[in-house]
Design a protein around this ligand. Sequence first.
Ligand code: SAH
Length: 227
Amino acid sequence: MNPRMRLQPEAIGVGMTSQRVRDRLIERLRDTGIRDERVLNAIRTVPRHLFVDEALATRAYEDTALPIGHGQTISQPWVVARMTEALFEDGRVPARVLEVGTGSGYQATVLAALGVEVHTVERIGDLLRVARKRFRSLGLNVRSKHDDGRIGWPENGPYDGILVTAGAPALVEALTAQLAVGGTLVAPVGAASAQQLVMLRKDADGAIERSELGPVVFVPLLSGMVG
Ligand code: SAH
């Protein structure tokens, strides 16, 4: 666990956000195929109820996506777990990861809790400002940028992992180009209503291997920025 992450006792909460409720989510993730103990532990540790509106806090440990405003959602915990797990498969330990679509900041925080250096890009300024406050109050050093993430963040790359947390009809080439040798990219690809979670691996010889992790539903990857 990242020692820089300060989890205050009051962040642990009571009632519907209690440790018992969180442990139940971890059991559900285990039952639905999440195997990596490091990932399960990170999800157990990160207080997801701090990444949604107070009014939704009681639902924060359900395995569902929840609204975060501006028509966007915090991803379902299973999806966060599966995407994160993909980066750690076969003995990989990603040092540096790019996330496209900061949203609430939850996925970025789960990565940071695993000791990853996180770079995250969000096109909606209002969401990014709130996410940055959360990173600060948790004592996390997550690098973030207000931009159209379809161009990635080439200055800081290449990345051992790239997670695209919004759906697009096809993989974005600019992002694949920022993947390090041995790295893993995970992105939802398909129609607006439903996508397939696609995983790309870049081999030592530069060859790209593609596989599919299952059906998912993400909000769309859009172009441009909004305040
Ligand atoms: N990873 C987030 C959930 C993401 S929801 C979390 O853990 O909460 C998808 C996010 O992607 C939204 O916040 C949306 O504004 C953002 N997004 C969509 N298109 C984008 C783009 N081109 N660049 C950056 N962010 C984008």
